[in-house]
Design a protein around this ligand. Structure first.
Ligand code: BGC
Length: 257
């Protein structure tokens, strides 16, 4: 494995499972020390941190609900205290709630928007202030979704949050460029992770989904992690304000029989 992130420190939200976990492990494998936060899965987070430490890198697991601004700030403060600084922020934590639009409740809307959009907004703000103090640049990577672009009926709040992330990424690419901070998004398609548990256990739904994916398989968390590692590295120094789709071709799949 290339050592593109030697000497760097990364902070990854929702690093205890799924895509976040694969990103933590991949960034560490490329040389970074990593702080990860988790909301409730302490066992998973401790396991990921221990796996990273075994490879000789530093790791710290911090409990935090990124949907609460003060907790996100505390994650940044803790990561800096424990690992010295943060060079790379990965806004990965996310959730979705299925409901017909007319049945969406305010608590469900808030749960989704707080974690998927407000969290990344204010965590990025805390990270940017930290980098300004350090008088140095940095990299922000947002884990968005193909649904920043593609409708997802019955997931209106999720789509609204991901559409918001798309424009936040574009907007901040301009505002943060003078600070030497790049910001990009990754838009995963159907990846085998806990967010998809129901779908993965439903053979009929799974079959119809696979028919929509030109590469004819679900993605793996590692498929997303490798793109995150690229965006976190100096190989991507001239890349900002854009979204990388990691979806097996799902988004633009169209054919007439
Ligand atoms: C969602 C999954 C969905 C996938 C493809 C992801 O953003 O979290 O539930 O299966 O997009 O539609």
């Amino acid at each position: 494995m290339a050592n593109r992130l030697e000497g760097k420190v990364a902070a990854v939200t929702g690093g205890d499972q799924g895509i976040g976990r694969a990103i933590v492990e991949r960034l560490a494998a490329e040389g970074a020390d990593v702080a990860l936060c988790y909301r409730s899965n302490k066992a998973g987070a401790d396991e990921v941190a221990a796996a990273v430490q075994k490879t000789g890198r530093k790791a710290a697991a911090v409990q935090c609900d990124v949907g609460k601004v003060a907790e996100g700030q505390r994650f940044v403060d803790e990561a800096v205290r424990l690992l010295g600084r943060i060079d790379i922020l990965v806004n990965n934590a996310g959730l979705e709630r299925r409901a017909d639009f007319w049945d969406v409740t305010e608590p469900d809307y808030d749960a989704v928007l707080d974690v998927n959009l407000k969290g990344p907004f204010f965590l990025t703000q805390a990270f940017v202030k930290h980098r300004m103090q350090a008088k140095s640049g940095g990299k922000v990577i947002n884990i968005s979704s193909v649904h920043e672009e593609l409708p997802f009926p019955h997931f209106a709040s999720y789509c609204a949050s991901k559409g918001g992330i798309k424009m936040l990424t574009r907007n901040l690419s301009i505002e943060l460029a003078p600070l030497g901070i790049t910001i990009n998004s990754i838009a995963p398609g159907a990846i085998e992770t806990p967010i998809n548990k129901k779908l993965l256990n439903d053979p009929v739904k799974l079959k119809s989904l696979l028919e929509n994916i030109p590469l004819k398989r679900l993605g793996k968390p590692e498929d997303v992690a490798s793109v995150a590692a690229f965006l976190a590295s100096s190989d991507a120094d001239y890349v900002t304000g854009t979204t990388y789709f990691v979806d097996g071709g799902l988004t633009w799949n169209y054919e007439e029989q």
